[in-house]
Design a protein. Sequence first.
Length: 175
Amino acid sequence: MIKVCVGSKNNTKVQAIQEGLQLYDEYKDAEVVGVSVESGVSDQPLSLDETIQGSHNRAKNSFSECVLSVGIESGLMQVPQVGYMDVSVVSVYDGDRLYTGFSPAIALPKRLVDTALEGDIDLSRACKVSGLTSEENIGHADGFVGLFTGGRMTRKEYTKYGLIMAMAYKEHHLS
């Protein structure tokens, strides 16, 4: 059986990768396993560069006895004329090359970003502290993506789209 490791024990992320891989004949029956690894970046990445680095690190650090490993890192990026947006970066590693894709990005309310930055906390905790949710860890459920879209998109779907973009890069060796 083909094994794919995901650099996270977050069940929402692992399920997203499992569902996304079902779209590919070669990986549709893969055993997808969550592995606890370090990202090597801050708990709340504050730039696109840091978010990409965390995703790459998670993919490489979880590559063990598998054909592919996947790193997922969500983080903030400052976008001109918009403010801060959150994006999830998904990196697929085959033991040799990294293939990276992005989820859709979502603009964040200024008060949420301010709460996160001032309190030096991640967005999940900032959602609770700022009163946007009563959930302890929204990132292990539908995420603030689900909260802000009224359930029209969940964190699992958001992550799955990032995987699809990374796999397109892998399939066509775009470089």
